[in-house]
Design a protein. Structure first.
Length: 291
């Protein structure tokens, strides 16, 4: 079980090329990746996304990649001599026309647009992929380690909530069968209070008690809750992402608990239902942090 919150950093350096990768994740129902990659490395974007998506299935992911390259030293400088000559001729013509001294120097020519050219070296993007991949994987490793550690704490807290609900379910299961008997005694007291003396075994009394017992029967709901608790135990042992499964289970548990609360006409059971609802609210809040 892993949390959806984490941060990791990776850095690689080789032959003057340096990558710095930072990956952070926060809660999000679905997976959403925001990738910030230098423009000259856009050809590698899909590969970076594949690396990250292969390791993270849920949460909002922000990945920032920094790149510097001092490989190859200074870029070669070229001079367009033909263009420089044309500039010189035009400068002299203009000086003669304006009756100015023809005293411009080489620096004037070199500053003219297009004369001095710096040839850009073509970046070998494909050759940089292995270096970038290592930085991405290192950052992912750090981030997943943090998510795993926090996930262990989340698991302990979720287990605590489940155990509290299991205790309430056991108490309800123990008390529920007695509810019909208490109703029968209450019914007899009311009948006697109204001046109606009916035998305990009177068919009308027995029928009323049976109908009531069927209406308040919560055996099915308690069985389903126990099943959901068992499924949680399976999720707690799983190495796969279980956040969506736990979210679904919490919804189903809420449904069963609400049904028990509406069926069981008993003050003690109602108190136990309130306790379970309180624990389930905390459970659902924590599930939103689980990948």
């Amino acid at each position: 079980m892993r949390s959806m919150t984490g941060y990791g950093r990776g850095e690689t350096l080789r032959s003057g090329a340096k990558f710095t990768v930072e990956i952070s994740t926060v809660n999000r129902r679905q997976s959403e990746l925001s990738l910030h990659l230098p423009r000259e490395l856009e050809l590698l974007e899909s590969r970076v996304r594949d690396e990250i998506n292969a390791k993270v299935s849920r949460g909002r992911i922000t990945a920032r990649i920094g790149f510097t390259n001092s490989q190859g030293g200074k870029s070669p400088v070229q001079i367009d001599a033909s263009l420089a000559e044309r500039y010189a001729r035009e400068y002299r013509k203009l000086a003669a026309k304006l009756k100015l001294c023809d005293d411009f120097g080489i620096d004037t020519i070199l500053r003219a647009p297009g004369v001095l050219q710096v040839a850009e070296e073509e970046l070998n993007v494909e050759g940089l992929w292995s270096l970038l991949r290592k930085a991405v994987r290192d950052a992912l490793g750090d981030m997943l380690t943090m998510r795993t550690k926090e996930g262990a704490h989340l698991k302990v807290d979720l287990q605590k909530r489940i155990h509290a609900m299991q205790g309430a379910v056991k108490a309800i299961a123990k008390r529920a069968p007695k509810t019909a008997a208490r109703y029968r005694e209450l019914l007899h007291d009311r009948l006697r209070g109204a001046g109606l003396e009916l035998d305990v075994e009177d068919e009308r009394v027995v029928r009323e008690v049976v109908v009531y017992a069927d209406r308040i029967d919560i055996t099915e709901e308690l069985t389903r809750l126990q099943s959901h608790f068992g499924q949680f135990d399976d999720c707690a042992k799983s190495k796969q992402p279980v956040g969506r499964t736990l979210d679904f289970l919490s919804q189903e548990m809420n449904r069963e608990i609400n049904t028990i609360g509406s069926k069981a006409n008993d003050a003690a059971i109602s108190k136990l239902v309130v306790r379970m609802k309180s624990e389930l609210v905390k459970f659902r809040e924590q599930v939103q942090n689980v990948e």
